[in-house]
Design a protein around this ligand. Structure first.
Ligand code: PNS
Length: 189
């Protein structure tokens, strides 16, 4: 029987840590589906379509890896695509509590589905999408943190955001503060 797993996540944006885990997962599973959650509650930097495209490009060389998007429960998605395992990364002990809670809830919902934890390389143990977004938004270098195509997309986003802030400032409605994503600070009156 083929061992099929899903690797669900937000991937906003995908990082070198994600890629490292995909590489490791692709070696132990026959088939790995990287599943991007289309989470309407969060305010993502990248659209689900953009994240999917970036992941597709990043994983193009892996024959047994595909990329998909999903909504709703992870366990239901896993069932739908015929996966028997959920792959998740654990970087540090701080990840463990949340991941354990999620794995046990998923087991409660779908007892036949196993969660498999893998560790990315130590050099990525501090890396998260949230920090990458923050560093990029504040103008720091993200070149060693994400694949070059993601770095390029991030720079494009920041340029658009900066232009938006400058235009708004020029119109007198706000001050340019940092390369804020969408919300330039309102001018104090
Ligand atoms: O990359 P993230 O944001 O840590 O991924 C979290 C994700 C997408 C795996 C988790 O939020 C999830 O599974 N969401 C889908 C909804 C769901 O199944 N919730 C119950 C989880 S116990």
């Amino acid at each position: 029987m083929k061992r099929k797993a899903i690797y669900p996540g937000s991937f906003d944006p995908p990082t070198n840590g994600h890629l490292d885990l995909i590489q490791r997962g692709s070696k132990i599973f026959d088939e790995l589906v990287v599943a991007v959650l289309g989470n309407p509650e969060k305010d993502p930097l990248f659209s689900v379509a953009d994240r999917r495209k970036m992941l597709e490009a990043m994983t193009a060389d892996f024959d047994n890896v595909s990329v998909d998007t999903f909504d709703g429960l992870t366990v239901e998605y896993a069932l739908r695509v015929g996966a028997s395992a959920v792959l998740r990364g654990i970087r540090a002990i701080s990840d463990y509590e949340y991941e354990l809670q999620m794995a046990l809830m998923n087991r409660k919902l779908q007892p036949g589905l196993e969660t498999v934890f893998m560790m990315p390389a130590e050099k990525y143990s501090y890396l998260s999408s949230r920090l990458v977004r923050e560093v990029a938004q504040l103008g720091g270098s993200i070149d060693c943190l994400v694949p070059s195509l993601v770095a390029q997309k991030l720079r494009e986003k920041m340029d658009v955001a900066h232009k938006f802030a400058v235009d708004l400032a020029a119109s007198g409605e706000a001050e340019v503060t940092a390369v804020s994503k969408t919300k330039p600070r309102k001018k104090k009156s």
